[in-house]
Design a protein around this ligand. Structure first.
Ligand SMILES: NC(=O)c1ccc[n+]([C@@H]2O[C@H](COP(=O)([O-])OP(=O)(O)OC[C@H]3O[C@@H](n4cnc5c(N)ncnc54)[C@H](OP(=O)(O)O)[C@@H]3O)[C@@H](O)[C@H]2O)c1
Length: 281
């Protein structure tokens, strides 16, 4: 049995799809969201804050896909302790490409480095996936694009070798189901770096109407995100965009096409497959 955490999130949902045909269980916090799981996926209602729910979800599990996103909590520690107790053999963890950037010392990257280290020290088999920005992050623009308003982003001309979450999921499925990936860390990128301005141009081309982008000043980002995130997370997001502006995220890594024996999906393909989300209603 394979357990997929973060199963209602961007990556976990795609991992469930990529594992179609395998015995799979999804860790879900909200029973209402469990009803939207794909057919064939078993639901385990649980939360990282509830050790008993993790132990129950991990019964009979041999491999697990681990997604955490709370910088202020030790969700990885809680999960890994329960996984060891349950006899799980391997954990495939979603980390981030920034952990390999020497200049990245923001709170999110330091947290990801620590969670990777906890996995490597856990005694469990491990594989770490380090994606660049998800192409799907541009879904955050849907409201502006649908209504013809200007999209505002930090570093609009900074390039990022963004990656399709479906490609991340296919690599995760390989590492969860096949041998040969133990003690490996893979940096996962798309086929070429793109700026937000170029991403908007691709959307505009496929929608057949303009999509305008302008710079969001850091002070406005602080104001906007400060209402939703703790201060260190807001500063980490601003620092991350600043590194993108300095071309720190342009490298294309060969791991993904090598592992999948095909080219990484392009942003053009991602847009074509998600265009309805951006159409005016
Ligand atoms: N987005 C990017 O560009 C990017 C790039 C590189 C790395 N990453 C890494 O990717 C990870 C996030 O992945 P994602 O975007 O797929 O996640 P996501 O869409 O934000 O979803 C988070 C998932 O975790 C679940 N979750 C949150 N708190 C939980 C808890 N206490 N107990 C159990 N489940 C909980 C959520 O469940 P609910 O549905 O109940 O909330 C949801 O399924 C982070 O580690 C991030 O650093 C992201």
């Amino acid at each position: 049995m394979i357990l997929v955490t973060g199963a209602t999130g961007v990556a976990g949902r795609e991992v469930l799809a990529a594992l179609s045909g395998h015995p799979v269980r999804a860790l879900v916090r909200d029973p209402a969201k469990a009803r939207a799981l794909p057919p064939g996926a078993e639901a385990a209602i649980g939360d990282y804050a509830d050790g008993a729910s993790l132990r129950a979800a991990l019964q009979g599990v041999t491999s697990a896909f681990l997604v955490t996103n709370r910088v202020t909590h030790d969700d990885d520690g809680a999960f890994l302790a329960a996984a060891r107790e349950a006899g799980v053999r391997r954990v495939v963890k979603l980390s981030a490409a920034s952990v390999t950037d020497a200049e990245a010392v923001d709170a999110i990257t330091r947290w990801q480095r620590a969670t990777e280290e906890a996995l490597r020290a856990s005694g469990l088999g491990w594989t770490v996936l380090r994606p660049r920005a998800f192409m799907s992050n541009t879904l955050a623009w849907t409201s502006e694009v649908r209504t013809g308003r200007t999209v505002r982003v930090l570093a609009p001309t900074g390039r990022n070798a963004c990656v399709d979450p479906r490609d991340i999921a296919e690599v995760a499925a390989l590492a969860l189901t096949r041998d040969g990936h133990d003690r490996r860390a893979y940096t996962l990128t798309g086929p070429r770096p793109l700026t937000p301005v170029e991403q908007a141009a691709e959307l505009a081309s496929q929608l057949g109407r303009p999509v305008a982008v302008e710079e969001l000043p850091a002070a406005d980002a602080r104001e906007r995100w400060g209402r939703r995130h703790p201060g260190p997370v807001v500063e980490a997001l601003i620092e991350s965009a600043s590194r993108q502006g300095r071309d720190a995220k342009v490298a294309v890594d060969p791991a993904l096409p090598t592992l999948l024996a095909r080219p990484a999906r392009s942003y053009r393909t991602w847009v074509a497959d998600h265009l309805d989300a951006f159409r005016a209603t």
